[in-house]
Design a protein around this ligand. Structure first.
Ligand SMILES: Cc1cc2nc3c(=O)[nH]c(=O)nc-3n(C[C@H](O)[C@H](O)[C@H](O)COP(=O)(O)OP(=O)(O)OC[C@H]3O[C@@H](n4cnc5c(N)ncnc54)[C@H](O)[C@@H]3O)c2cc1C
Ligand code: SF4
Length: 383
């Protein structure tokens, strides 16, 4: 293991596997790969290794501000973390699985596209990932999202509004599955509802720092930090080497296999910069979009659950309406993001909800290398 190998030590070297980025995609891939195969592995990571202690002291996830890593013609920010562990540092650790019909949207509802794989194909891998992150979840959810193994941890404690919804809709209201520990693990304390999960003060949510550092400390793995990958160099359609920038200088390493895990924006930028753009590369950027609401309750107190988001309601999720409207997940919040209710004796009689939908692929939402035209909605332009 060499955590922070210098570029001069590896330039022109050859590796069995070169992974670009060290967030969710790369870290989970390498976790499994290093168990199965003996190989010389190099990780090229743009950011530094910012420990949990460093992040808490600085009150940030990284020293590289994400808006310095792209230019855009829209006022919409795109958030991610540049640094070892990528989005595992800043995520909120909500972990609902996809619904079986999400994989067959076109054939069931005549909209979007079907995936080439089904829920049943990915189910065992969901279980593996949930084990790694010690996911806490509601066993009742298996009736809607079938499981071959129980959740690794028991569910969080519901709030009173959750309990009422569960009684009214037992098949559609569940405790939110989450990587915010319900019970302490060997690496993490239990979640105590501090409600600032982008940087958990008690280290209760799963991150690479507390759950997958063994991947980057593995004897077969070298990690080059501060290495911003610029291009993949290819011959006859096969990638042979990668060019990265470190302290203003360019270096190259070659490899047999390349894993591009530099997030949805930067991975597309690397491919476009490399002349590997096809019809779809960088196009159809989309995301989960949450609308915030606050419900005033009549004589019911909220905020007695054991984590930041306690309930997940599927009442507006699956059904024929999906041919015309997006499926909506409703998050029942145990945090007072709109403040407490300003009425004597009714401080806790409020229920924040987030209604989360996902837009369809839209070719006008894209990452590209030149200045976009004014017609496009949500461009990112890469340097
Ligand atoms: C504030 C926030 C909260 C979120 N909460 C949730 C949640 O609760 N549940 C959920 O499911 N999802 C959540 N997400 C989304 C989730 O974090 C992402 O979907 C996930 O991180 C994507 O994984 P990835 O491996 O594609 O990229 P990332 O995890 O972003 O990893 C990309 C890696 O590549 C590196 N990199 C980038 N460019 C280069 C380059 N040119 N050269 C070398 N390295 C590079 C980065 O430093 C990083 O290490 C949240 C995201 C944010 C921003
Ligand atoms: S709710 Fe609090 S304790 Fe739980 S993961 Fe979020 S910040 Fe950490």
């Amino acid at each position: 293991m060499v955590l922070d190998v210098k570029p001069e030590q590896i330039t022109k070297d050859h590796f069995d596997l070169v992974a670009i980025g060290s967030g969710f995609g790369s870290a989970f891939f390498l976790h499994e790969f290093a168990k199965r195969r003996k190989a010389r592995i190099l990780v090229l990571e743009w950011g530094r290794h910012n420990t949990h202690e460093w992040q808490l002291e600085q009150n940030v996830n990284t020293d590289i501000e994400d808006e310095t890593t792209y230019k855009t013609n829209s006022n919409k920010p795109w958030n991610y973390t540049i640094g070892l562990g990528g989005g595992t540092n800043c995520w909120f650790a909500q972990t609902p699985r996809f619904h079986p019909n999400d994989f067959r949207l076109k054939s069931t509802y005549g909209i979007g596209n079907d995936w080439p794989i089904s829920y049943d194909d990915v189910e065992p891998f969901y279980c593996d990932a949930e084990d790694i992150m010690s996911i806490s979840g509601d066993p009742d959810m298996a009736a809607m999202l079938p499981r071959s193994k129980p959740f690794p941890q028991p569910p969080h404690r519901m709030s009173t509004p959750d309990r009422m919804m569960k009684a009214a809709q037992p098949g559609q209201h569940f405790v939110m599955p989450t990587a915010r520990a319900r019970l302490p693990t060997s690496q993490r304390t239990s979640c105590c509802a501090n409600l600032r999960c982008w940087l958990c003060p008690v280290d209760a949510k799963f991150t690479v720092n507390n759950g997958l550092m063994h991947v980057f400390e593995h004897p077969d793995v070298s990690v080059c930090l501060g290495a911003e990958v610029r291009r993949l160099d290819h011959v006859g359609g096969a990638v042979r080497s990668v060019t990265f920038r470190h302290d203003g200088k360019e270096y190259q390493v070659s490899g047999d296999l390349f894993i591009l895990g530099a997030n949805a924006i930067q991975s597309a930028a690397i491919m476009l910069r490399s002349g590997l753009g096809g019809e779809f590369v960088g196009s159809g950027l989309h995301e989960s979009y949450g609308w915030n609401f606050e419900v005033y309750l009549d004589g019911v107190d909220n905020f007695d659950g054991s984590t930041i988001t306690t309930g997940l309601n599927f009442g507006l999720y699956d059904g024929p309406h999906r041919s015309e409207h997006a499926a909506a997940l409703v998050y029942f919040e145990n945090r007072w993001q709109h403040g407490l209710r300003a009425e004597k004796g009714r401080l806790r009689q409020a229920l924040p909800l987030v209604v989360v939908t996902e837009d369809l692929l839209d070719p006008e939402n894209l990452t590209r290398m030149r200045m976009p035209s004014s017609a496009s909605r949500r461009h990112r332009t890469m340097r």
